[in-house]
Structure formats: C-alpha cells, structure tokens
Write a protein that binds this ligand. Sequence first.
Ligand SMILES: [Zn+2]
Length: 217
Amino acid sequence: MEEGQLVFSIRQCGNVGCGFRFPAAAGSGERCPQCGGATAVVAIPHHKRENAIAHPVSGLHLELLLDNIRSLYNVGSIFRTADGAGVRHVHLAGMTATPEHPKLAKTALGSDSQMGWSYSRNGVDTAVRLQNQGYRLWALEDAPEAVSLYSIKGNELGDGRALLLVVGNENVGVDPAILQRCERILAIPMLGVKDSLNVAVACGIAIYHLLFGKENL
Ligand SMILES: [Zn+2]
C-alpha cells in the first residue's frame, strides 16, 4: 500500500497540559490535532522486519469455510490472517464476499499471496462435499456442546486428514445443518463480558492456535 512508502515520525505537542503524541507523515502534523499547539519530532519509528519471524511450518493442513459472513471488514481481516498463518484454502459461501469484491480487492489478498479461494452459493453443500472427500469438519461456535479451543490435544490435529474450520454468520452463527456434521465445536474462553468476540478476531485466535500452538498442546 502507498502508505508504507511514506516516511513517518512520532511527534509530540509542546503545550504543557496537552502532550498529545502521535505518528505523522513527513511534512504534516506540525500543529497539534488536539489543541493546535506546536509539535516537535520526538522519535523515529522502528523499521519492520524484512522477513517474517521464522517458525517451523505446521504439518496441519487447515482450510476455512466462511459461510455467510456479512461484514466485508471481517472477510478482509480473516483473509489477511489466514494468508499470514499459512491456511491452505479459503472456501467462501452464501453472502460472504469474495476477494473480487471491489472493496475487498485491495486489502484481502496481497499481490504475492499464494492462497487459493473458491466460492459457492450453498455452504452446507460445500461442507458435505468436503466431508465426503475426507476432510474433518470442525466449527468455531459458542454452542452448548462446544469445548475450549485450548482443550484440543496435539494428537487430534495430527491424523493427516485436512481440517476444515467452519466460521458462520455474525448474527446466527454456524448453520445448524453444518454444525450437526462437525466432529468438534470449538469455543474461545471468555472472561468478564459474556458477549462473544468479533468473528474475525475469534477466527484469528483459532487459526494461530491450531497452526502454531502445537508444541503447547
Ligand atoms: Zn496539543
């Protein structure tokens, strides 16, 4: 993205009692956005790593089924996380937008992404077809029969079959016709507020735990 090409610095407002500290692109931010006072450059942001932090590639073949995800923001966010974590394929179904959607095209997949995706109108058909091909079906859902994501043992992941993790609609969750076919239903433990996590955040937690948390399982 073009933003990455800009040089940023960290500036701070010199007004006593304000002190607003914020990143600003070169040539901007000389006035404090909060109080209008004069600001000065106080730090230069660190450079990002050239290469991602190395980690052994997981032996788990993980694919996602995003069924009826309503929010474009959530779809884009899940795509980026899945791409970064090494998910092998993303199946999209129902109302879930594809990376061809104009509002997703720019952010969902990097130009160097290798990750494949496919779309079908009916997520149940997709889940049944993949299950018949030998995929294990797991769902991410706050269902009564769910178990904690963190109760999964490493040997449950390592049986060599591809794992399809199903994520459902923000309002109604995973389609009951898919849920009843799932071997495992995973939930993320929540402290305090009982409302469930944003679906993209929950999906990211699950993806990273299943793919990279193995030595701790
Ligand atoms: Zn200020």
